[in-house]
Design a protein around this ligand. Structure first.
Ligand SMILES: [Zn+2]
Ligand SMILES: [Zn+2]
Length: 262
């Protein structure tokens, strides 16, 4: 299994000389497992994903906040009619998902009616995703603690397991179910948007801190954690400082990062 990070910024894309190192694209993570290409969220980083011609392609959305879907209409491969893609989310059924994406990508908000235009974009119920699975990949979901709801996912292939936990406001009541969900995992992607001050001032906004990620990692059976969904105001200098203070098996994600899960 191979992970490529195309967008690890939270909330809104940023571009400045102070965010070059960690990057400014919003949520998009590519997982290659066997002959399947799974895209976790289609934030602005989705623009840079190369959709593989011969692979089975799945876009899996945690939720529909704009930083997780804003890149959907800006990937060049998606406009190729022969590029068949499955789009799904544990958030809602396929018809509702299609309606929501259509609203965002049409009318007053977007120059094309994207879902009508892209007949190669096939909406699937999440419950049907593990059927017809030629690569023996198991995809599971867990509801996060986030305003408007959001879902985390685990992807298991050949005894390797990746867990995506974004967007989530960690609270103690989640500990047992999160530990169970992450049991025996190789890598966890953790929403570490907030610092201690943010946690107090932005309570109820739906995000966790880096420190909470470190505490959770110490309680769970997992080999490695990547902290992601960086706050838009966090500079490379600040992120470098945070990164330098992290334990060995935890690091900050950056745009362009690749990790072989072997
Ligand atoms: Zn987000
Ligand atoms: Zn969100």
């Amino acid at each position: 299994m191979k992970l490529t990070i195309h967008g690890c910024r939270g909330s809104i894309a940023v571009s400045s000389k102070e965010t070059v190192k960690y990057g400014g694209y919003t949520s998009c993570y590519e997982v290659r497992a066997g002959n399947t290409q799974i895209i976790l969220d289609a934030g602005t980083g989705f623009r840079n994903v190369s959709l593989q011609k011969d692979a089975k392609k799945i876009i899996l959305l945690s939720h529909l906040h704009h930083d997780h879907i804003q890149g959907l209409g800006f990937n060049k491969d998606i406009f190729n009619p022969s590029c068949q893609i499955e789009l799904s989310s544990a958030l809602c059924e396929a018809t509702e998902l299609r309606d929501n994406i259509q609203t965002y990508y049409s009318g007053s908000y977007f120059p094309l009616d994207l879902t009508d235009r892209l007949q190669n974009l096939n909406f699937h119920n999440f419950s049907a995703l593990n059927e017809n699975n030629t690569d023996n990949i198991l995809i599971e979901s867990l509801e996060m603690n986030h305003p408007g709801r959001s879902f985390g996912y685990s992807i298991t292939h050949k005894n390797k397991k990746l867990v995506y936990l974004s967007d989530n406001e960690f609270e103690d009541w989640q500990l047992t179910e999160l530990c169970n969900f992450c049991e025996n995992s190789d890598i966890i992607l953790w929403d570490g948007m907030f610092n201690d001050k943010d946690l107090v001032e932005r309570k109820g906004w739906g995000h966790s801190s880096v420190k909470q990620g470190v505490n959770f990692f110490n309680k769970v059976n997992c080999k490695k954690m990547l902290i992601t969904h960086h706050a838009p105001e966090r500079t490379d200098y600040e992120l470098d400082k945070i990164n330098s203070e992290l334990p060995d098996d935890i690091e900050l994600a950056f745009d362009g990062m690749t990790v072989e899960v072997i």
